[in-house]
Design a protein around this ligand. Structure first.
Ligand code: FEO
Length: 396
């Protein structure tokens, strides 16, 4: 349903209730998503961002309720990723006179994706484009989260449209943050940040400082996914600043896989040690856990404790995606530890410890390996490992 955000500014996007995986199957989206596109009707008409290609007709139908797409003067593409640009070919066919407004890297990316001779207008930070009473001002935001990413600010309406930044994969019947459950909203916003923006924390912090230093009046922050921040809109900006600082909570995440329950019993014993020392923890069996949910929990936690039995001189393959993400997401300010059972060669603990060190995650304590099923002494060592990690977590 079309929603008016302010005079002449409309949400004309799409709610994708069914979406359960995004980026192909890379990112889980348990609560669906939205592709937010905004129409500004002034002396000139501008569409800001489009939607994923399966929803192109729905977007155009929304636009048609308010104006003839052929009358669009501008289409602003803040970001070229397909969930926002997929409908561009259909939109540009319907609006052949429209100029496509993009960052320099956006042009390169859109040309690479679509190979169409569209009429581009390239804008940089500080450039402005008058629509009449409303003026669009542009702020490049490279690596938030692609090189082309750009924010558009609607001067005259005090609305910031930052595309992916401050978004959430969150399908709801509502369009604004004050209409939805705050816990759900922050769960999805944190998952989005943790899984997509974590590696770019320094750039996020810098861009937020730059944005706040501009001192722009901001009545709303209207991202390209999820709900629009209308009530206390800067709350999510300040939250991003905190997330970018990566000051994790005093908690631990235990991630393991197991074949015959030996490594599970070790994981549970480590958890008992953490719990006894007053450190909250969660335990994830990777064979049955959602990778992105686990990464979100690791993002929050000071300690990550990884366990696997030894298989083929290494770890169980179900651990491999998490190890790869620990490298790629470049988590900061973590401490780690390893554990696992083995029958003969027993390399898993060493492999995990080597990997943690490569990821810049120092070991809080030496790992624990147990031959065959852990006996009482092995489980005691696991509890002690939990206590040692807890002491490091709680250390000032
Ligand atoms: Fe929502 Fe980077 O696309």
């Amino acid at each position: 349903m079309i929603t008016e955000l302010a005079k002449g500014v409309y949400w004309v996007g799409v709610v994708d209730w069914d979406l359960r995986h995004f980026h192909g199957h890379e990112l889980s989206t348990h609560r669906g998503s939205t592709y937010n596109a905004y129409l500004v009707l002034d002396e000139k008409a501008a569409l800001i961002d489009t939607v994923w290609s399966p929803f192109a007709e729905q977007l155009l139908s929304n636009v048609r309720e308010l104006c003839d797409p052929a009358k669009l003067d501008y289409v602003v593409a803040n970001h070229a990723e397909v969930d926002h640009s997929g409908a561009l070919p259909a939109v540009m066919r319907a609006a052949p006179q429209a100029t496509l407004v993009v960052s320099p890297r956006g042009r390169e990316s859109l040309e690479g994706h679509y190979h169409e001779p569209w009429s581009f207008r390239t804008v940089r930070t500080g450039d402005r484009l008058s629509l009449g009473a409303v003026e669009l001002a542009f702020l490049e935001a490279p690596m938030l989260h692609w090189p082309d990413s750009m924010f558009t600010y609607l001067a005259g309406r005090a609305i910031l449209m930052p595309n992916d930044a401050f978004g959430q994969h969150y399908a709801t019947a509502y369009r604004f943050n004050d209409q939805v459950d705050r816990e759900e909203l922050y769960e999805e916003a944190r998952k989005y940040y943790a899984n997509i923006l974590t590696p770019f924390g320094k750039l996020v912090a810098k861009k937020i400082d730059e944005l706040l230093a501009l001192g722009l009046p901001i009545e709303m922050i209207a991202p390209s996914h999820g709900v629009i921040w209308r009530q206390d809109p800067l709350q999510i900006v300040h939250q991003y600043r905190e997330w970018a600082a990566q000051k994790p909570e005093p908690r631990a995440t235990i991630v393991f896989d197991t074949m015959w329950e030996a490594t599970r019993r070790m994981a549970e014993a480590i958890g008992r040690g953490l719990g006894a020392a007053g450190v909250p923890y969660r335990l994830f069996h990777m064979a049955v856990s959602d990778r992105n949910d686990v990464l979100t929990e690791i993002f929050r936690s000071r300690a990550v404790i990884l366990g696997s039995p030894t298989l083929n001189n290494g770890v169980l393959p179900t651990l491999a995606p998490i190890l790869e993400d620990l490298r790629g997401l470049k988590f900061q300010n973590k401490i780690g530890a390893a554990f696992g059972s083995y029958g003969w060669s027993g390399e898993s603990v060493k492999r995990i410890e080597e990997h943690l060190e490569r990821c810049g995650i120092p070991l809080a304590a030496p790992g624990v390996a147990a031959k065959w099923q852990p006996g009482p002494a092995d489980l005691q060592k696991c509890e002690e490992l939990g206590r040692a990690v807890a002491a490091a977590v709680l250390a000032p």
